[in-house]
Design a protein around this ligand. Structure first.
Ligand code: IPD
Ligand code: CA
Ligand code: CA
Length: 264
């Protein structure tokens, strides 16, 4: 059986655990990792479950996981995992949170799954094989122009040194598009860009586990993904632009470059 068909049931099982805990979650279980960065036993238990089950599938693969469990493999395969993307939403009872699981081989992502827990939507892609929502192929909006587009982003919430460039970018794109949304799960933002709900997504200060799976899904759906400079360091580089097509990507990237990169 193809690996992806073994990975998806594992993610679904962990999603069922998260959904069950969401129904009875008590905020006293929250621990502050650092400013505005929350974690609870749900994130940790979900990560443990994923690591245990994925280890059975591929015993030699390492793990790059948000809650720090598992060991990275210097060479070969690594799972890149966010067991609960959208923890602040989860804690506050806002129903947008997901699981993000990617598999990389020698630093290239070859498989990605983003599972939106409440809508039970499974977005997935295998490198070179296209992108899917459940069993249906998905595509980005290939012909959309900025004026007709809906954009996703994330607000700064922890490190505010680039707040000015962020708001300048936001202000310009707000006027040139149909609007911007801040869903609170970068993995969901990327999945929504892949299936045409969003036309572009950009965010600064993300980690590999937020974007690895979603970026592959966007690419396999026909979209374009880069860092803020238009280059390829978007998984470990902490900044990402994912867009439905090169035209939207160019518009968003030029706007970001104008506002952010002039700092350098
Ligand atoms: C966060 C979400 C959010 C993004 C943050 C991430 P977490 O992940 O993806 O949308 O704005 O930067 O840290 O902490 O909920 O896993
Ligand atoms: Ca995350
Ligand atoms: Ca997380």
């Amino acid at each position: 059986m193809p690996l992806i068909q073994q990975v998806i049931p594992i993610v679904e099982e962990v999603a069922a655990f998260i959904a069950q805990e969401a129904a009875q979650f008590d905020r006293s279980h929250v621990v502050l990792k650092e400013l505005n960065s929350l974690v609870s036993y749900v994130d940790q238990q979900a990560e443990r479950m994923l690591i245990e089950k994925l280890t059975h599938l591929q015993p030699d693969a390492g793990f790059i996981a948000e809650e720090g469990q598992g060991v990275r493999n210097a060479n070969g395969y690594n799972w890149i995992i966010d067991p609960l993307d959208g923890t602040t939403n989860f804690v506050h009872g806002i129903p947008v949170f997901s699981i993000s699981v990617a598999l990389s081989l020698d630093n290239e992502v070859v498989m990605g799954v983003v599972y939106e827990v409440n809508r039970q939507e499974c977005f997935w892609a295998v490198k070179g094989r296209g992108a899917f929502l459940g069993d249906k192929p998905i595509k980005t909006n290939s012909n959309i122009i900025l004026a007709d587009s809906l954009l996703g982003t994330g607000f700064p919430y922890q490190k505010f040194e680039h707040e000015g460039p962020f708001w300048n970018t936001f202000s310009e794109l707000m006027k040139r598009s149909r609007g911007l949304r801040r869903l609170g799960s970068a993995a969901v933002d990327l999945a929504y860009t892949a299936c045409g709900r969003f036309d572009a997504f950009f965010e600064y200060k993300l980690n590999a586990w937020d974007v690895a799976a979603g970026a592959l899904i966007v690419q396999e759906a026909g979209g374009l993904v880069t860092d803020y400079s238009g280059k390829t360091n978007y998984i470990f580089g902490g900044e990402i632009i994912a867009a439905a097509n090169p035209s939207i990507h160019g518009e968003v990237q030029r706007c970001i470059a104008k506002n952010y990169l002039k700092r350098e």
